[in-house]
Design a protein around this ligand. Structure first.
Ligand code: ZN
Length: 415
């Protein structure tokens, strides 16, 4: 067996393994949740009714079924793109139409993006207007839905085309070490996006108004002072126009750092609970989790570009993945499509790391605000978001970025 056959075979073997693994875990989780549908866990009996618990189980079950369907569609799409030759044909078409490698690259990427967008549209519509609607979470109108889509499309074009142009230019004109420059460019671009996102992009989709609740504001400012945290303002985002799911987050860094509360979270939590949730978020910040994650992503993209740089040299890489001719843009696209097959086994490692961060942030919150307020806030959020309290333990270990409700609350009680 030559190198091409080896990698082609590996492609199919990994695709089968990954699919079995994902379907199995998904189904396992659904079964586990449904088998616990009639019993609210002891610790939650006072705060969560049987009806609410059952709603969460049904919501998980419906979402699991839907996610198996979208996984199936994803597998078919990958088979159509690569083994069945859609991507290779797209490349032939680009070569017959356009002269330069960069214009072909922009064309192929553009078509790939548009086809995926159209294929993904029914899934997004179903998830928003059927599933989320059924469980009372959806607040979007079709007008808002399509308005968002058009804005995202225009934004992707304005940002994506120049970005891709420069990236392809780097690959085609900077010699053997292009991947180092490409990586540096990518990292610079990432940082720029983090800097401009809160002030230029997010406001295109949501209104951000300064937090006006006087009592809450003074509580929060006390907490910020106590923990020595500086930010560029407290904002409330009108998340309720799209969904009733609640959240709070930080964006930006350095001077552009700001704290954002979804209006939905302010409706469902009391001021001490909001304070506890914010203290948890501050914990992430104080423990430098954001920077650690950023460093991880910078390093992994270096590894990624090194691999693309290496593969790009050999036509075998393209041929093994059903592409007949070598090009810069195909190297990037192939890497995007094929690399998840090689990296899915890393998912649990990232989840473990993230859960460790959550415990650290919880400990910080317990120290600087009140563990009991955080517990009641979490219970409230689980209830409001219809998140299951009883996920399958194995599923949770692999995928969940947050510890399961029971363990998290047990930990908070121990503090
Ligand atoms: Zn957290």
């Amino acid at each position: 067996m030559g190198i091409i056959q080896i990698f082609t075979t590996l492609f199919f073997i990994l695709l089968i393994l990954k699919s079995i693994f994902e379907f199995y875990l998904n189904k396992r989780n659904e079964n586990y949740v449904l088998s616990h549908i009639n019993n609210v866990p002891e610790d939650f009996k006072n705060n969560i009714s049987l009806e609410e618990h059952q709603k969460a189980a049904k919501y998980t079950s419906v979402k699991s079924k839907f996610s198996r369907l979208t996984m199936g569609i994803g597998i078919v799409a990958l088979l159509v793109w690569l083994p069945l030759g859609l991507l290779d044909n797209l490349d032939f078409w680009a070569r017959s139409l356009l002269e330069t490698e960069i214009s072909r690259g922009l064309f192929v990427f553009g078509m790939f993006f548009l086809i995926n967008l159209i294929l993904g549209l029914p899934q997004k519509l179903y998830s928003t207007f059927v599933i989320e609607e059924k469980f009372g979470f959806n607040k979007m109108t079709p007008k808002l839905f399509f308005g968002d889509m058009i804005k995202q499309l225009v934004l992707s074009a304005i940002i994506g085309i120049p970005f891709l142009y420069v990236l392809l230019k780097i690959i085609t004109s900077l010699g053997d070490l292009w991947w180092v420059y490409a990586w540096a460019f990518m990292v610079g671009f990432q940082f720029l996006m983090i800097l401009i996102y809160p002030t230029f992009i997010a406001p295109l989709f949501n209104k951000f108004s300064p937090l006006s609740d006087v009592e809450l504001k003074s509580t929060i400012e006390k907490l910020l002072k106590k923990t020595g945290f500086e930010s560029n303002g407290l904002f409330v985002m009108d998340a309720s126009k799209r969904s009733s799911h609640g959240n709070a987050y930080f964006t930006g860094f350095g001077k552009s750092k700001r704290i954002v509360f979804f209006d939905t979270i302010l409706k469902s939590l009391t001021p001490p609970q909001v304070e506890a949730v914010l203290a948890h978020e501050l914990g992430h910040f104080k423990h430098k989790h954001i920077y650690k994650m950023l460093a991880m992503s910078v390093l992994s993209s270096l590894v990624g570009f090194f691999i693309i740089g290496y593969c790009y040299k050999s036509i075998d890489f393209f041929n093994a993945h059903f592409i007949s001719q070598k090009s810069s843009y195909m190297a990037l696209l192939l890497f995007t499509l094929v690399s998840p097959l090689y990296t899915f086994f890393l998912t649990p490692i990232f989840s473990i790391m993230s859960r460790k961060h959550e415990y650290e942030a919880d400990a910080f919150a317990a120290k600087h605000s009140n563990a009991n307020d955080l517990i009641t806030a979490l219970v409230n959020l689980y209830k409001e978001n219809a998140s299951t309290l009883t996920p399958d333990p194995l599923f949770s270990k692999v995928y969940h970025s947050h510890p399961p409700a029971l363990e998290r609350i047990k930990f908070l009680k121990s503090l």
